[in-house]
Design a protein around this ligand. Structure first.
Ligand code: IMP
Ligand code: MG
Length: 184
């Protein structure tokens, strides 16, 4: 899928495929350096983090293993409440492990703040977060995100894994939707 497939639904491209690729390369280099010689476990949060996980992990030179969680945050509409339910748990016992949670976006921070506490309570040796996007102006809780791709304005974005009503995850860039896209 590309911008031309979106017709008038696309408002603007916020981050191009090239910008995302370059930034993920830098983040991977940092992660390689920080976890050198360690047996890192990458935990992707379904479904939004699929693209970030796929691209970031393939840029790493380190030996890593990967696992996935799916969580749903109770709340109305597009606002997350911080009350989180696990839909799919890890297959891995993370006791004593170095864990890096891979996320698409930190918005209010409520989901990740819950997830961080949950993973730490399982006795992980370390739990850090890598997120492609962060909306500092939307933060409701302070979540320590060790690796951030881009800080963006508090607008709703789609693409590179991020959806609106499950659509547009397969855009190779990150963009904003025109108001008409919300109405159809
Ligand atoms: P939180 O508000 O930080 O708890 O974000 C919870 C989840 O909401 C994120 O992991 C995303 O899946 C989703 N989300 C937040 N902002 C956006 C956005 O701009 N576009 C699409 N999904 C979003
Ligand atoms: Mg998400």
């Amino acid at each position: 899928m590309d911008a031309s497939d979106m017709g008038l639904d696309l408002e603007k491209v916020l981050l191009t495929e090239e910008q995302i690729d370059q930034r993920l390369t830098q983040m991977a280099a940092q992660i390689d350096a920080d976890y050198a010689g360690q047996n890192l476990l990458l935990v992707g949060v379904l479904k939004g983090a699929v693209m970030v996980m796929a691209d970031l992990s393939r840029k790493l030179h380190s030996q890593v293993t990967m696992d996935w969680m799916a969580v749903s945050s109770y709340g109305s509409g597009t606002k997350s409440s911080g009350v989180v339910r696990i839909l799919k748990d890890l297959d891995t016992d993370i006791h004593g492990r170095d864990v890096l949670v891979v996320e698409d976006i930190v918005d209010s921070g409520l989901t990740l703040s819950w997830l961080l506490a949950n993973l730490k309570s399982r006795g992980a040796k370390s739990v850090e977060i890598a997120a492609l996007l962060r909306k500092p102006a939307a933060a409701k809780v302070d979540v320590p995100v060790r690796y951030v791709g881009f800080d963006i304005p508090p607008e709703f974005v789609v693409g590179f894994g991020l959806d609106f009503a499950e659509r547009y995850r397969n855009l190779p860039f990150v963009g904003t939707l025109a108001p008409r896209a919300y109405q159809s």
